[in-house]
Design a protein around this ligand. Structure first.
Ligand code: ZN
Length: 391
């Protein structure tokens, strides 16, 4: 095994220390990072971009910067530096011996993995990676050889297997057609970056139904359009959007926890509600009429395929089901693996014998727990006429 030149640890983000003592932090969850430490943000999901609000020089793809700015007001002094895929990053603080590049992670628009090379050491931080067959990801997941892989484990357990993307997409269309046949609207509650645009594209490709978007989804989907992803949707607050809602038989896409139609008007505007999230493969969502496990994340089998392609000497797992994935990688692929948070606390072991792959695949889903959603607060009150009034 090559000697590790880079030092890394998890401290509110992936902290990498180079031989020349320079430091780099990736996806810091801490807003306050000393300005002398450079930062990378891999994509525009809010659990990854906290550091973009700081004064530190932050490197990200132009798509990530645009999606971030559409969600937040940029601080006057924030230094956001756009980086192209596969280009060596020219850090303002030096990092002279390091070759650091972003490569596509196929998760959402502009999402990246980070490859860090220093002398004979090569570290790949996957960040969140996407599964196959997404409709709105321009740059597909890139797999590259590395000595060390730090891999996301959101769905990294052998007992979580989604149905195929195609199968889930067909279920979504079928359910929507049934609801619309009854002269109702369908509402999809989905992640505002990734799932929302996948739904818009799915309905654009497969149906003639009109897609109405919540303002936040509208703004973010316009960034997708700006970067060349064709999407056809109508903002819910526009005159056209209101007319479509009044007519019924529309597909409504809103971020989880937000509402286009206020609760007290739902008896006048008939709708059925669905939630779209990969977590629907793990939990039952009792407060929705339907749930669909469509995700921007790779599933377990795709994660294992990715690790095999990268062919690392050791693996660290991060985010989500870290222990389960580390255990599975050790057993299934015979590669030493532990959760990144255990680094320094436990030796990486490679002593567990391989299990028969068929035995892994025969594992069945555990009983699915139920999520009891609290009803969301309703603050605004308006009449049906107010609701349809043009602004
Ligand atoms: Zn993400």
């Amino acid at each position: 095994m090559a000697k590790s030149i880079l030092e890394y640890s998890y401290a509110n983000g992936l902290l990498v220390k180079f031989p020349d003592e320079k430091k780099l932090i990736v996806d810091s969850t801490n807003v306050k990072v000393p300005p002398k430490i450079d930062a990378i943000v891999t994509h525009a999901h809010s659990d990854h971009f906290a550091v973009m609000n700081s004064l530190t020089s932050t490197y990200a793809t132009q798509e990530t910067i645009d999606l971030f700015l559409s969600q937040k007001k940029k601080k006057a002094d924030a230094k956001l530096v756009p980086v192209n895929f596969n280009e060596k990053i020219a850090f303002q603080n030096g990092l002279s011996n390091a070759d650091v590049r972003l490569i596509p992670s196929g998760h959402v628009l502009g999402s990246a993995s980070v490859i860090i090379e220093s002398e004979d050491d090569k570290l790949l931080f996957s960040s969140d990676i996407g599964g196959k067959g997404q409709l709105t990801v321009k740059d597909q997941l890139s797999k590259i050889d590395a000595n060390t892989l730090i891999i996301e484990a959101t769905f990294g357990s052998p007992d979580i297997i989604f149905p195929s993307r195609e199968e889930t997409s067909m279920e979504i269309i079928k359910w929507s057609a049934e609801v619309i046949k009854q002269k109702m609207n369908v509402i999809f509650n989905a992640g505002r970056i990734g799932s929302a645009q996948e739904l818009i594209k799915l309905f654009n490709n497969m149906t003639n139904l009109r897609v109405i978007t919540h303002g936040e989804v509208t703004a973010l989907s316009e960034i997708y359009q700006k970067h060349g992803v064709k999407l056809d949707f109508v903002d819910s607050k526009s005159q056209e959007g209101k007319e479509i809602l009044r007519d019924g038989e529309a597909v409504i896409i809103q971020p989880r926890g937000k509402k286009i139609i206020p609760y007290h008007l739902t008896e006048h505007i008939q709708c059925k509600n669905a939630i779209v999230t990969g977590m629907a493969s793990r939990f039952q969502y009792k407060n929705y009429d339907a749930s669909f496990p469509l995700s921007s994340h790779a599933n377990y089998l795709e994660i294992i395929e990715y690790i095999s392609a990268v062919n690392p000497e050791k693996v660290y797992t991060i985010y989500g089901l870290e222990e389960k994935l580390a255990d599975a990688v050790t057993k299934e692929l015979d590669i030493p693996a532990i959760p990144l948070k255990m680094l320094g606390k436990e030796q990486v072991k490679n002593t567990i014998p391989k299990l028969q792959k068929t035995a892994q695949k025969q594992q069945i889903k555990k009983q699915i727990p139920v999520v009891e959603n609290k009803p969301e607060k309703e603050t605004e009150k308006s009449t049906l006429d107010d609701f349809f009034k043009t602004e």
